[in-house]
Design a protein around this ligand. Structure first.
Ligand code: C2O
Ligand code: CU
Ligand code: CU
Length: 504
């Protein structure tokens, strides 16, 4: 009797366990399928109508003041953008979304009269620019709502495609996602290479963003949008009237990495990276850009033909799940190029561009100091961004090697303010052609180490730091950023500083 009761208790227990286990299995299966659907790659290839002509951001007007400075006016303001899903509230510079293209020549002194008409405090940072720390527009140059700021500096670096965007600590992703970004093109009268250079005709700014929106607002928390805009245009086409067209590609997205390709697999000829021309043209079928990176490419068109620029699953050097989480399997139609029936002649692609450009970064045989930067989690060298602390102290005039490694199992990027650097090696090997010129931002693959050469010239300020950080804007906002001050030889920084990273 008692044995039988025991047995029945046992069998009830077994049944409960079985139902429980079955339920758990079903639940887990449901979660996996659900997650799978949520994470399904975005694919707009073949789905984009290309029915809107590509907007070209206007060249910013400027005046010359009585001190000979080129003066620009830039106002950060609220606006709205008409998208297929309806009107979306945005932020822009001098307009609704993005901003005008600033253009200045090497040797010129510039002054920007910035006004903040946003409801929040913000900044404007000159990404890629060599300039004094107090003019950099980083988190220390915060401008209150309603306030103004007038940075001024002399352009002194090679011709390049730079850009500008806000940099308020913890809010950068929010402000950039709403639309605050623009191009800053530097020209160099001494540079003689013949490339297509008629702005808006055969020299096109291509600012790629992927804003998500819902209920008329940009979702500034969403890391990956499900469609692309180029210069704020959805489904854009551009009419091409010359044999060669130069595309100045800027990844203005907060988190997404692109790999740009032509639909027919024909070549893109890369002629420039972040800091200026490459030593020589690099013919390739795909150009990978992480947030903040730029590349200039030439596309050769035949009369009457149509080609589509796409972004296809960039190789992020990650395992399958991280690839999928990082948008690494998404595909997009980006821009359609439509060639006219008659095309004007273009200059031939030069065989050499700027063979000596990397000398700008210093002499690799005369390195004053080597420092290490380990990226992991949301930290660099085990620390997070501290506004009142200098993580590194650099001596003015020094040439340094910064060794950057990523040990965290995720994709990161590394951006340094004030300087353009040369990539000396990638995992001990010579860098690939696309990294053979000057850079200010690189994608840092997990488990790969990068040696970067840079020289800190002209501007020392013991009171005001520059930034280095991951340019995935969520990571930056979460504190994956450090500060360095540049001081004169023998000078002490005026803010608390950690000494001791690196060796001579
Ligand atoms: Cu593009 Cu520190 O920024
Ligand atoms: Cu920057
Ligand atoms: Cu990161």
């Amino acid at each position: 009797m008692s044995r039988r009761r025991n047995r029945s208790v046992l069998s009830v227990f077994a049944r409960v366990v079985a139902v429980g286990v079955g339920g758990v299995i079903l639940l887990v299966a449901g979660l996996v399928v659900g997650a799978w659907m949520l994470l399904a790659p975005t694919d707009t290839v073949g789905e984009v109508d290309f029915d809107t002509e590509l907007a070209i951001p206007p060249l910013a007007e400027s005046t010359i003041d009585d001190q000979g400075r080129r003066v620009f006016d830039l106002t950060a303001q609220e606006g709205s953008l008409d998208l297929s899903e309806g009107e979306v509230q945005t932020w822009g510079f001098n307009g609704d979304y993005l901003g005008p293209t600033l253009r200045a020549e090497r040797g010129e002194e510039v002054l920007v009269r910035y006004r903040n008409e946003l409801p929040d405090a913000s900044t404007v940072h000159w990404h890629g620019m060599h300039l004094p720390a107090a003019m950099d527009g980083g988190p220390h140059q915060l401008v209150e709502s309603g306030g103004t700021w007038e940075p001024t500096w002399t352009i002194d670096q090679p011709a390049a495609t730079l850009w500008y965007h806000p940099h308020p600590h913890g809010e950068t992703m929010d402000h950039v996602s709403r639309g605050l970004a623009g191009m800053f093109i530097l020209a160099d009268p001494a540079q003689t290479v013949d490339l297509p250079s008629e702005y808006g005709v055969d020299d096109l700014p291509i600012i790629v963003t992927d804003p998500s929106s819902s209920r008329g607002e940009v979702q500034t928390n969403s890391e990956f949008g499900d469609r692309l805009l180029v210069n704020g245009t959805e489904g854009p086409y551009a009419e091409v009237s010359t044999e060669l067209v130069r595309l100045r590609l800027l990844n203005g997205s907060p988190m997404r990495v692109y790999s740009f390709q032509l639909d027919d697999g024909s070549p893109l000829v890369q002629v420039a990276s972040d800091g200026g021309l490459l030593p020589a043209p690099h013919e390739t079928t795909s150009v990978r850009l992480s947030p903040g990176e730029r590349a200039e490419v030439l596309v050769r068109m035949e009369p009457g033909e149509t080609r589509t620029l796409r972004s296809i699953a960039p190789d992020l050097g990650q395992n399958f799940l991280s690839e999928r989480f990082g948008g690494g399997e998404d595909r997009f139609d980006v821009l359609q190029l439509r060639a006219a029936d008659q095309l004007a002649d273009s200059p031939d692609v030069p065989e050499e561009l700027a063979p000596d450009i990397v000398e700008h970064a210093g002499d690799p045989d005369a390195v004053d100091r080597t420092r290490e930067f380990r990226m992991s989690g949301r930290q660099i060298n085990g620390a997070q961004m501290r506004m009142d602390h200098a993580d590194e102290v650099v001596t003015l005039g020094d040439t340094e090697v910064w060794e950057v490694t990523n040990t965290g199992g995720e994709v990161h990027t590394f951006h340094v303010h004030d300087v353009q650097f040369r990539v000396l090696s990638v995992d001990g090997r010579e860098p690939p052609p696309e990294l053979s010129g000057l850079k200010d931002t690189i994608l840092v693959e997990d488990g790969v180490d990068y040696r970067l050469l840079m020289t800190f010239t002209d501007y020392a300020d013991p009171t005001m730091p520059y930034m280095y950080h991951c340019h995935l804007l969520r990571h930056e906002d979460q504190g994956m950023m450090g500060q360095f001050v540049v001081v004169e030889e023998g000078q002490e920084p005026a803010i608390a500083a950690r000494q001791g990273n690196g060796h001579h």
